[in-house]
Structures are given as C-alpha cells and as structure tokens.
Design a protein around this ligand. Structure first.
Ligand code: NAD
Ligand code: IPM
Ligand code: MN
Length: 346
C-alpha cells in the first residue's frame, strides 16, 4: 500500500471550516490502497494568545517530515497585523523554499462575476515566493514621530529570479498556447526590473517554442479585466503576484474559488497548498465560506504528489458543481463540501 503523510494547518477564521471540507474531498477521492495519515497542527491566533508562539522550531522540523502541507488561512483581528502572517505563513514559505507560488485561474462555466461568459479564461500566475519586499528587509527610523522614515526593501537575487523564471518557461512550454508574460514595473523599479527583464530574455533563449511578452503591472491589471483571455502563463515577483492573483480570482468567479500551491520544485521540502484567500473574519463562524478554493488546492496537492487522475476528478467535480449551481440559492460550507464529495465518488 501507498501512503500520504499530510500535515494540516487549519489556522484562523474560516481556515478550519474550509479545510474540513477539503479533507473530506481528499479522503473521498483517494484510491483505497493509499493510506492517508494526517497530523493537525495547532498554529495560529489561538496558539499565539496561549503561548506567544507562532511557529516553534520543533513544529517546523515535524512539518518537514510530511509529503505535503494543507493550510487554511492565518490572521485574526485579535492579533497585531503581520505577527501570524510573517511569523507563520511567510516563515513556512521561506523555510521550505517555496519559490514557486502557483496560482491558476480558470473561468468555469456557470460561475458568476463581472466576466462570466468570457471565452477561455485559463491562465496561471507563477508568483515568486521567497524574495521581493516580503523578505523583511527594511525598518523605521524615528518611529511614530512626524519625521519617521519607513523602508521596505525589495530583495531580488539573480539566483532567485532565474529559478522562478525558468520554472515559468517550463510550465509555458508544456501548455498548448506556450505564452509567457513577464509582469513587472521596470520603468520605475529600474534595478529589480532590469534583473528580471535580462533574466527573462536570457532564459528565454533556451525555450524558443515559448512566445513571450512584457507588461508593466499597472497595464496588466487593465488587461486582466478587459482581455483576460490573452494570458497563458504570467511570471512576476512576490508582491505583484499577490495583488494580481486576488484580481485574477475576482475575474474568474471570485476569491472563494482561487487555489494555490507553494511549491518547492526541487522536492527538498514539502510543498504547501492553500486557498488564495485569507481568514475572512467578516464571515468566520457563519458557515457560509466557500470551500471550493480549498478543494481546488487539494487538486493541486494531488497533482503535485503524482495523483493526476484524482486531481482531474476533483477539478471535474468542481466544474460540474459550478455549472449545476448556476443561479441556485447560496449554500453553506458544509453543503458545498457534501456536493463535491458526492461528485467525486459518483
Ligand atoms: P480575505 O481573503 O480573508 O477576505 C477578503 C474578502 O473575501 C472578505 O469579504 C471575505 O469574506 C471574502 N472571502 C474570502 N474567502 C472567502 C470564501 N472562501 N468564501 C466566501 N468569501 C470569502 O482577505 P482580508 O480580509 O484582506 O484578510 C483577512 C485576514 O486574512 C488578514 O489577517 C490577512 O492578513 C489574512 N490573510 C491570510 C492569507 C493566508 O493565510 N494565506 C491570505 C490573505 C489574507
Ligand atoms: C496570500 C496572502 C499572504 C501574501 C499574506 C497573508 C502574507 O495575501 O497568500 O496571498 O501576501 O502572500
Ligand atoms: Mn494575497
């Protein structure tokens, strides 16, 4: 028998609600000869309030001993902003070298939203996951005074940019349209922009089958709304990728559908799968969060671990469910989970 060792971090707000449904679907779709071993980690706001810890070394070491991690969301209004986001989520992405933050967007038939009915919105954002302004380089002088100076330095290394750009080219080459768009802001961020652009052009010579173009990030937001079908693969830095993928979610049925994988392509560390959305404190506890983004993240997890047929079954279940849901009354988190379980086991 095969086994899947899965670490689960439900986290805060709607995190535990959507993760429960993701695990139901995972359990339902896994072949019977696969032994699923899950270990749940008590990390997030509750833990921080109780012990002051965000991610102790012992837990980090234990998380590492898994095939993959499933995370709900972290962040809570009762915890100062950034404590859990930096101390838990970003710490995991950095420690496990998740340099490819993979965020696919597809407009499924039947989904609502401003662009419903647009033909073929099907692109993937390859967001750099370990550098940029996320590294915590910066500081504040004369804090809290009228003379305060605050900086956040964006770190871009030749090594870090090249490996994510290369990964994006490989993904573009494997797709039917073979298009790759670099998104940056090289008219203002000239130093980082030049490194990204030069790397993009140089690595591109190894991928002659891939058609490339470049967009400034501001223009990219226009096209994502007016002509989203033009995108196939997008590669961009950590912060631009964060912002673009919330927009991408909004134009493809909403944030409740957007999945992501924090991938360590080298396989040295477990990859981590999570919805793009956060802990949604405004709806936490109401039982109305859409678990579909988490379920689609489970599909990415399955694909990453080599369960391609099962990944496709989950994605097909979601597509069928969204088509069937068209115009129907809103459902609870649990009802959507049950509907998806029914479809993957049908
Ligand atoms: P958010 O994504 O949590 O919420 C934005 C809006 O989308 C809210 O109105 C929310 O109700 C809605 N929404 C989100 N997920 C939904 C779902 N599954 N179904 C239905 N509606 C959904 O973003 P925010 O409000 O900016 O952040 C809230 C907290 O989450 C903050 O502490 C933030 O730092 C954190 N956060 C965590 C992650 C993560 O863990 N990966 C990601 C983003 C934000
Ligand atoms: C996301 C989130 C995180 C990010 C935050 C919570 C650190 O917005 O996963 O998109 O900015 O990467
Ligand atoms: Mn985000």
């Amino acid at each position: 028998t095969r086994s899947m060792r899965l670490a689960v971090i439900p986290g805060d707000g709607i995190g535990p609600e959507v993760v429960a449904q993701g695990l139901r679907v995972l359990t339902a779709v896994l072949p019977s000869d696969v032994k699923l071993e899950t270990r749940e980690y008590d990390l997030g706001a509750r833990r921080w309030h109780a012990t002051g810890e965000t991610l102790p070394d012992a837990e980090l070491a234990s998380l590492k001993e898994h095939d993959a991690i499933l995370l709900g969301a972290v962040g809570d209004p009762s915890v100062p902003s950034g404590v859990l986001e930096r101390g838990l989520l970003l710490k995991l992405r950095f420690a496990f070298d998740h340099y490819v933050n993979l965020r696919p967007s597809r407009l499924f038939p039947g989904t609502a939203g401003p662009l419903a009915g647009t033909p073929r919105i099907d692109f993937v954002v390859v967001r750099e996951g370990t550098e940029g302004p996320y590294t915590g380089n910066g500081g504040s002088l004369r804090t809290g005074t009228p003379a305060e100076v605050a900086t956040e330095v964006s770190v871009n290394t030749a090594y870090g940019v090249e490996r994510v750009v290369r990964d994006a080219y490989a993904r573009a080459q494997a797709r039917p349209r073979k298009r790759l768009t670099l998104v940056h802001k090289d008219n203002v961020l000239v130093h980082a922009g030049r490194l990204w652009k030069d790397t993009f052009d140089r690595v591109g010579r190894e991928f002659p089958a891939v058609t490339t173009d470049y967009l400034h990030v501001d223009a990219a937001t226009i096209f994502m709304v007016t002509r989203p079908e033009r995108f196939d693969v997008i590669v961009t830095d950590n912060l631009f990728g964060d912002i673009l993928t919330d927009l991408a979610a909004a134009v493809t049925g909403g944030i409740g559908l957007a999945a992501s994988g924090n991938i360590n392509p080298d396989g040295s560390f477990p990859s981590m799968f999570e919805p793009v959305h956060g802990s949604a404190p405004d709806i936490a506890g109401t039982g109305t969060a859409d678990p579909t983004a988490t379920v689609l993240s489970v599909a990415l997890l399955l694909r990453h671990l080599g369960y391609e047929a099962e990944a496709v079954r989950v994605e097909t279940a979601v597509a069928e469910d969204l088509a069937a849901r068209d115009g129907a009354a809103p459902r609870t988190t649990e009802e959507t989970g049950a509907a998806l379980v029914a479809r993957v086991t049908a």
